[in-house]
Design a protein. Structure first.
Length: 301
């Protein structure tokens, strides 16, 4: 699926409890109260696991003399192509069919939103909002429309709900505003600093895996961007790219994982003194390898 770029600023300050709009919209009975549950569960058709996978031997020119992965610049594609090619893949994604109940919830949401978008007094109603993201009827309807595109507002809400779902577990889904700040290299962003701190509410060192939803913007104003996921697999000490569009070894995919890995390593390094003080492991992630995870490929161009 191709996607449009939403240029809204996501960093609006401290976090606040998520809520439905204060002005309820006219939806089928009981739907408004269950909207968060509908969005978070209906589209969940797969599970990404951090469980052990078959070892993949690195290319000879992938590692330095000391055995550690060489640091690469996000724009140096000539060096990076050998770090993540088609021979270096891991498969950690399993597909499971959606339940009939989940399908029905999504149908209910679809028909409610598509009906409301035709009402000029309702199309700008906020369906979901917190300090970092919100989505209106119009934005969700654009996502549902045949031939429509996923905008950043809707993606951010979905990612936030997944973040909430996996709190206090071995997995973490980073909120979209965190991923965007990493992508931009906003190292002085206070929310980003706190996220990577050893004293965060959920220290990353205690997780098996952290997933970052990334939006790769279009090359031109008229072009379409693309969403993918970069996984920081702490348990198995590697970065993984989950991309349904770019095949292993393509320059676009390499550019995305290189840029995210480089910035994540820098942020981790910035908090390394805290980690050493608390005796957390790993104290640094500079040696983590880059690999392409095998995920279902989308069929549309």
């Amino acid at each position: 699926m191709s996607h449009v770029l939403d240029k809204s600023n996501v960093d609006h300050g401290a976090s606040a409890p998520a809520r439905l709009s204060g002005n309820p919209v006219e939806v089928p009975e009981g739907l408004a109260a269950k909207l968060k549950d509908i969005i978070s569960k209906a589209a969940m058709r797969g599970n990404y696991s951090a469980e052990p996978q078959p070892e993949v031997e690195p290319n000879v020119d992938e590692v330095g003399a000391d055995g550690a992965s060489e640091e690469t610049d996000s724009d140096d594609l000539g060096v990076s192509i050998n770090e993540i090619d088609s021979s270096q893949t891991v498969s950690s994604f399993t597909q499971t069919p959606a339940t009939p109940e989940a399908v029905q919830r999504m149908k209910d949401l679809y028909f409610a939103v598509m009906r409301l978008r035709k009402d000029k007094n309702k199309k700008d109603e906020v369906l979901f909002e917190n300090a970092f993201c919100k989505a209106t009827v119009k934005q969700v309807a654009e996502f549902f429309r045949v031939g429509g595109m996923l905008n950043t507002a809707v993606a951010a809400v979905g990612i936030f709900l997944l973040h909430s779902k996996y709190q206090n577990s071995s997995k973490m889904v980073a909120p979209f505003h965190i991923s965007q700040s990493i992508w931009k290299g906003s190292f002085d962003n206070r929310h980003l600093i706190r996220f990577f701190s050893a004293y965060a509410d959920e220290p990353l060192d205690k997780k098996d895996i952290v997933l970052f939803g990334v939006f790769d913007p279009p090359a031109t104003r008229e072009g379409a961007g693309h969403y993918c996921v970069v996984a920081l697999n702490i348990k198995h000490r590697r970065f993984e790219l989950l991309d349904s569009w770019h095949l292993p070894g393509t320059e676009s995919g390499i550019r995305v994982i290189n840029r995210m890995a480089k910035n994540i390593k820098q942020l981790w390094r910035n908090g390394s003194s805290e980690r050493k003080k608390k005796k957390l492991d790993p104290a640094n992630i500079d040696h983590f390898r880059l690999q392409h995870a095998v995920v279902p490929q989308q069929e549309n161009p």
